[in-house]
Structures are given as structure tokens and as C-alpha cells.
Design a protein around this ligand. Structure first.
Ligand SMILES: CC(C)(COP(=O)(O)OP(=O)(O)OC[C@H]1O[C@@H](n2cnc3c(N)ncnc32)[C@H](O)[C@@H]1OP(=O)(O)O)[C@@H](O)C(=O)NCCC(=O)NCCS
Length: 97
């Protein structure tokens, strides 16, 4: 696992091995009063770089609720591409090394 985690009511971002997907997954949530400052993008890029360059991970995935436009934008700015849709309607993204 790489990333940073603070208190539950604060902000967190992490890349972890998801046994359900069988893939490394990026997940995040930031305090609402901190949105729009580029923090998620900066932290997401750092997680991806750490995963690829330090951990040697080949691929990182992420899933997003279809109405979370800002989250999709963060993934795109981190270099992820949309590769499909899950059965429950969540959109599925991935980035490879
Ligand atoms: C998703 C989330 C982490 C984004 O954090 P953030 O620090 O505000 O993200 P950034 O500032 O790095 O980038 C946000 C981008 O979304 C864009 N954006 C924000 N609201 C938007 C909207 N309603 N429509 C389109 N784009 C929007 C911003 O303009 C920005 O893109 P830009 O740099 O091209 O202008 C934050 O909104 C959050 O915690 N949401 C709730 C939890 C969540 O959705 N987690 C993701 C599921 S894993």
C-alpha cells in the first residue's frame, strides 16, 4: 500500500491491492473545504509514480460513480483512461506503466 491517510473525517488517498479486482487500485476522498485546489491530482500522480517506479506495479485501476465528474477529471489528469463499466454502473479506469 502506498499513499497517505489521516483521520477518518479528513482527507486520504491510497493505492492498495484489491483482492476483488485482483489489481492495484487507487482510491481517495478529500475534505470538501479542500476541494478544487489540485490536491487530489497532485497526490494521485505521486501515488501512481510511487507504484510504478518504487513498487514495480504494472497496472493501477480505479472505479468511479458515474455522477462524480470531478473524480473522473482527477483520474484523467493522472493519466488514467476509461476502459469499461462495472455491472453496477461504476466506470472503470486504468493506467499502465
Ligand atoms: C474527487 C475529489 C477527491 C477531488 O479532489 P480535488 O482536490 O478537488 O481535485 P483536484 O482539485 O485535483 O481536481 C478536480 C478537477 O475536477 C474539476 N471539477 C470540479 N467540479 C467539477 C464539475 N462539477 N464538473 C466538471 N469538473 C469539475 C476541477 O475543475 C478540476 O479539474 P481542472 O484542474 O481541470 O480544473 C473530491 O471531490 C472528493 O473527495 N470527492 C468525494 C469522494 C470521491 O468522489 N472520491 C472518489 C471515488 S474513489
Amino acid at each position: 500500500m502506498c499513499g497517505s491517510a489521516r483521520r477518518a473525517n479528513s482527507s486520504a488517498i491510497a493505492a492498495f491491492f484489491d483482492k476483488g479486482f485482483g489489481e492495484w487500485e487507487l482510491s481517495y476522498g478529500f475534505r470538501r473545504d479542500r476541494w478544487g485546489r489540485g490536491y487530489a491530482t497532485e497526490a494521485g500522480r505521486a501515488c501512481v509514480r510511487y507504484g510504478f517506479e518504487t513498487l514495480g506495479v504494472e497496472k493501477i485501476v480505479a472505479d468511479v460513480e458515474p455522477d462524480r465528474v470531478q473524480s473522473m477529471r482527477v483520474l484523467e489528469k493522472c493519466g488514467f483512461a476509461r476502459i469499461g463499466e462495472l455491472e453496477d454502473g461504476r466506470l472503470f479506469y486504468a493506467i499502465t506503466r
